[in-house]
Design a protein around this ligand. Structure first.
Ligand SMILES: [Zn+2]
Length: 56
């Protein structure tokens, strides 16, 4: 059964649930391996904060 990832908005069948939201395995991997040296770090962190807090 597919679920829509709240982070990349793609239908995925693997991932984790966080506070009633769904995070796919790919996004989880991106977030767990992300470092501040990565040029997209601030963008991803901002987006992830929105994902966690904005839409509750
Ligand atoms: Zn995703």
């Amino acid at each position: 059964m597919f679920m829509y990832c709240n982070f990349c908005h793609a239908p995925k069948d693997r991932g984790i649930r966080l506070g009633g939201k769904f995070l796919c395995q790919e996004c989880e991997k991106i977030l767990t391996h992300l470092t501040a040296a990565n040029p997209v770090y601030s963008f991803i962190v901002k987006r992830f904060r929105n994902f966690l807090f904005k839409y509750q």
